[in-house]
Design a binder for this molecule. Structure first.
Ligand code: ATP
Ligand code: MG
Length: 411
């Protein structure tokens, strides 16, 4: 009821009503009850006054008391109906007058307030009529309320969304940082190793000019600087790669895939690697593509580093790594195969899952392959899969790049 009255207040504020009461007292009571809800109330105490003051289509409701002094209430209703057949009435009727009610029903009057009426019931019937008289306004009102609620919900949702966005940005930032940290291990260890070797040589006085008549020192240092530069360059590119990782505007560039593989090998498998990895390169040197060069580099580094980990873990006597690059129709296929005994069937399905790692002692994060797969599938445009190569004796990671699949908008 409380809500009905609120609606009645809003709907009634532009409406006029007429009260035709047989006594001053009834007129007064009805007016008192209805005044807060309507814009204008015309109250009369005779049928004659009612007819003179009546204009069709101007009163939302005409309240008619059946006991009028100058005319039968029912007659007045018929008269007013002849002026406006859509006029709505509420008849103020005595409890005993039920037979009249039936007659009123017959002429289309269906709303009654039984005398002596309770304000609550009187208002309820008024509200019911208003809902019928003003179906459109009522619906509009409901729609407005609904819209308001919807706006509130949307507003709430927006806040929630913003919060979620912020949270997901934080998660992304966290992911980005762990990817950068993961990828930085390699070049950082290259730099540290070169510095350590150089320092040891200096400590051993190996760099004394007198001992180096053929200029080996320069060559040695030059080599070291080139590799440090390469590693440092990679460090900085890694930051950009992963910063761009979450941005669709990352730009692709045109590069030779064989050169990319060579540069990765130079960094990840230096010539005199302590593992003494036998590197078997079968690469087509003429493949040029437009794609995300550095991101592809990150993928290769992860795969090769995993192979190196496996060589150590399985204590492989003669570690071998075969990298093939070939074109199969439109597709560009890169295979990286090792001889580290392969991946057990029980876990082969899981290795691309985030945070899956079997390297508990080595503090493996398990994000390497997940990141690699995401890069290939979402950015580079292709597939990354794994199988065991029984002949070679280890895992075989296969990258297939479909040049057309590179997202146009990412270009
Ligand atoms: N060449 C491989 N031979 C055998 N197992 C492998 C090879 N490459 C990956 N795996 C398995 O896949 C798992 C997941 O690799 P991933 O690179 O995602 O994480 P991780 O290497 O364990 O951790 P992180 O990359 O942080 O060092 C590894 O823990 C390992 O069990
Ligand atoms: Mg790894």
């Amino acid at each position: 009821m409380q809500n009905d009255l609120k609606i009645l207040t809003r709907l009634g504020k532009d409406l006029r009503i007429m009260i035709v009461a047989g006594t001053e007292e009834l007129s007064h009571t009805s007016r008192e009850i209805l005044t807060p809800y309507f814009d204008e109330i015309v109250a009369v105490t005779s049928a004659r006054d009612a007819i003179t003051q009546y204009t069709p289509s101007t009163f939302a409701i005409v309240y008619v008391d059946l006991s009028l002094s100058d005319m039968d209430g029912m007659e007045l209703i018929t008269k007013l109906q002849s002026l406006d057949k859509y006029q709505k009435f509420i008849v103020l009727i005595d409890k005993e007058n039920v037979p009249v009610m039936t007659k009123l029903y017959e002429i289309g009057v269906t709303f009654f307030a039984i005398k002596p009426f309770m304000p609550k019931c009187f208002l309820q019937v008024t509200y019911d009529v208003i809902r019928i008289v003003l179906p459109d306004q009522y619906v509009e009102e409901q729609v407005r309320e609904f819209h308001k609620k919807l706006e509130d919900i949307t507003e709430e949702n927006k806040l929630q969304c913003n919060l979620l966005m912020q949270q997901s940005k934080l998660v992304q930032t966290g992911e980005m940082l762990s990817m950068i940290a993961h990828q930085w291990r390699q070049p950082l260890s290259v730099i540290t190793a070169i510095i350590a070797t150089t320092r040891t040589r200096m400590d051993l006085d190996l760099y004394k000019r007198s001992d180096d008549p053929y200029g080996a020192i320069e060559k040695d240092l030059h080599n070291a600087f080139v590799r440090i530069e390469e590693a440092a360059d990679f460090l900085s590119k890694t930051v950009n790669d992963f910063r761009n990782f979450y941005r669709p505007t990352n730009t692709a560039n045109t590069f030779n895939v064989a050169e990319l593989i060579n540069s990765v090998c130079r960094m990840v498998i230096p010539e005199k690697h302590y593992l003494d990895i036998e590197l078997d390169l079968n690469i087509d040197t003429g493949i040029v593509i437009t794609n995300f060069e550095n991101e592809l580099k990150q993928v290769l580094i992860n795969i090769i580093n995993n192979a190196k980990d496996a060589f150590i873990e399985k204590d492989i006597a003669k570690p071998k790594l075969r990298i093939t690059l070939q074109k199969k129709g439109e597709r560009i296929c890169i295979n990286i195969t090792d001889n580290a005994q392969g991946i057990p069937q029980a876990i082969i399905e899981k290795i691309f899952l985030p945070y899956f790692s079997t390297k508990s002692e080595k503090n493996g994060t398990g994000i390497g392959l997940h990141m690699a797969k995401t890069i290939i599938e979402r950015h580079v445009g292709g597939t990354l899969s794994v199988s065991n190569d029984a002949v070679f004796g280890g895992a075989d990671f296969s990258i297939e790049i479909i040049p057309d699949k590179l997202n146009e908008e990412e270009l």
